[in-house]
Design a binder for this molecule. Sequence first.
Ligand code: SF4
Length: 370
Amino acid sequence: MKKQVGLYVHIPFCARKCAYCDFASFAGREADMAPYVDRLLREMAQKSDDGLEIATLYVGGGTPSLLPDQLMARVLNGLHRSFSFSENAECSCECNPGTVTKEFLAVLKAGGINRLSFGAQASQERLLRLLGRIHTWAQVEASVELAREAGFSNINLDLMLGLPTQTLADVRQTLRSALALSPTHLSCYGLIVEEDTPMKARIDQGLWELPEEEAERAMYEACRETLSAHGFSQYEISNFALPGFACRHNVDCWKRKEYFGLGSAACGFLSGVRYQNPPSLTDYLAGVPAEETAISPADARFESVMLGLRMTEGLSEEEFFRMHGVTIDQAFGTKMEASIRAGLLIRENGRMRLTRRGMDVQNRVLVDFL
Ligand code: SF4
């Protein structure tokens, strides 16, 4: 029987850099797109393995929808030539509203993509401009409509919380506008202000102010309440899905299942070794090899807790034992007692999970496990 794994493919090109973005993505490198796809195809051929079956595919970026149609077709055809996919594989592709065309969506459909994720972020034009996004909300609506016409029904929208000048009323309006598009999945991410980004510079200069922590918590709470009222369940700190539509690719990563990555900056985790391809586009194109890191047993156990506690269902104690050969108690002794006493962590029915309050302060809980 073949080993089921996930596969991530990184497409690092963007029309322009968003103000908050420190991802390995590049604007103005259109001339590198064709050589990049050639290099990706070579990497696919190298990593092709008859013993593996792709259970989930995630084409992310960057902006995959910026690739010209024929290049995306080459990527998807190459994947199907090099790897076998499970019959019911979940195959996602990230799209940026404003870059999606009917022809591009037809290429995705023909290439087996069955789930789309749009970076929608907020329905207020002032917030989209502040973020440096290339699209308007009208383009989000138009892209989702095009996607439906092309036959896609499993659609995620990414939204952002805690933005400078964003109010609770803005978040509620964004949720209403997003729900009007009938997505199956919503990811609601709190803004992280990264070093060396225009966002950080403007905040440091006092030009933009972040909402207070309490205001951001209220935005998050509004997401939980509104989405729950519309039949979505929260299955991870930032992710909400209608029944049966949780993103299997991400769930498998949080369960520490094996996956591999193709493309610049792509990470993989196979046979206890994590690796990352060079983040620099130039290095990747030049064939610089991936950096590998062997995970020690102690690190592996901590990874299981760190990833597993992101999910609302938490971590299965039985799976932990199967994966690591020790129980959670043997691995961590009394380290979690303080969090349990503080009402942040619960152990019941063979699972360990964060309480709602624990989810708000996840890092504090994790420190105890270190
Ligand atoms: S579209 Fe995504 S990857 Fe590209 S710059 Fe914006 S946030 Fe970064």
